[in-house]
Design a binder for this molecule. Structure first.
Ligand SMILES: Nc1nc2c(ncn2[C@@H]2O[C@H](COP(=O)(O)OP(=O)(O)OP(=O)(O)O)[C@@H](O)[C@H]2O)c(=O)[nH]1
Ligand SMILES: [Mg+2]
Length: 291
């Protein structure tokens, strides 16, 4: 079973063995890409690119066009930045942001488990102080992942929880602090300022530390995902994306638009609600699943 086996592409049906490419084929492909949330402009661009490549390489059969398309889309995803996580300093810090319900807390738990499995000492920071239940939920994940947790009471300043977490991490020789945050809309200025404040605590307390700021992006959100990436990149300086809920969708094409328009790389993929449903994002495997 591959990571993306649950991700059923709508495009697969187009590549009938032995059939030739045709105008109708290219039109249907363009439509399929739009239905997968790649966006109209990018869909047209991809299809034009494919036409040109197939013409140049003398590709006549759909099955061969599929290979060309896969290569083309994989290249597009790989053109975004490096997918490596920089966790070289001790402690290093991973901040997980995103809109409500995107899968932040779940992803924090999964990532913690993964890093703990690599032998790292992980501490979770309950930066979502908006609801008391948020810290309880994170505490359950900390238990599952074998990580420590630092939390405060409901309504506390998230920057102050992070301050405590950083100090605990220094005292305990923690390798990675992973900070959960409250869900927020990408256009709500006061909440975005809160992320900024969290970031300033890190500048002051851990100058020069390795820092990843990841956006949990629900793969089923469609084109709004692009606006989320732009908004959070502007406010928090994203270093990567965790693409969540890939198990529940035939879409996910928005990451093509994200790669093209923002250059923020997808670093992780969430494919279920369980702790192990998480892996480094593999562009070639992803494209193979949707095309
Ligand atoms: N199928 C599936 N469900 C997921 C995945 N990741 C998260 N979920 C589910 O999505 C729901 C929301 O997940 P949370 O991790 O609580 O999301 P959040 O972004 O922390 O939510 P808020 O803190 O309320 O903003 C939960 O029911 C999770 O189990 C995934 O990769 N696949
Ligand atoms: Mg949460």
């Amino acid at each position: 079973m591959g990571l993306f086996d649950k991700l059923k592409g709508k495009l697969g049906g187009l590549f009938v063995e032995g059939e030739k490419v045709s105008d109708g084929f290219y039109d249907e492909l363009e439509e399929g890409l739009i239905l997968s949330d790649a966006g109209a402009v990018l869909a047209a661009e991809i299809v034009d690119g494919l036409r040109a490549r197939c013409k140049k390489e003398g590709v006549r059969l759909r099955q061969d066009a599929r290979a060309v398309l896969r290569g083309q889309l994989t290249e597009l995803l790989e053109s975004a930045g490096s997918r490596e996580m920089d966790l070289s300093s001790r402690p290093s810090v991973v901040l997980v942001t995103g809109v409500n319900g995107a899968g932040k807390t779940t992803s924090v738990g999964k990532l913690a488990a993964r890093l703990a499995g690599e032998g790292k000492k992980v501490l979770l920071c309950a930066g979502d102080t908006f609801r008391a239940a948020a810290a309880d939920q994170l505490e359950i994940w900390a238990g599952r992942a074998g990580a420590d947790i630092v939390r405060q009471q409901e309504g506390a300043d998230p920057a102050s929880v992070l301050f405590d977490a950083v100090n605990a991490a220094r005292a305990r020789g923690t390798d990675v602090v992973i900070c959960d945050t409250a869900g927020r809309l990408q256009n709500k200025q006061n909440l975005m300022n809160e992320l900024n404040k969290i970031s300033r605590v890190l500048d002051r307390e851990l100058p020069g530390c390795s820092r990843e700021t990841l956006l949990a992006l629900d793969a089923t959100t469609g084109q709004n995902g692009l606006s989320q990436v732009r908004g959070f990149a502007g406010a928090a300086g994203l270093t990567g994306i965790i693409l969540t809920k890939l198990d529940g969708t035939a879409k996910g094409g928005v990451v093509l638009a994200v790669a093209r328009e923002t250059g923020v790389p997808v670093k992780w993929a969430g494919v279920g609600e369980q702790i192990g449903d998480f892996a480094p994002f593999d562009p070639a495997a992803f494209i193979e699943a949707i095309v």
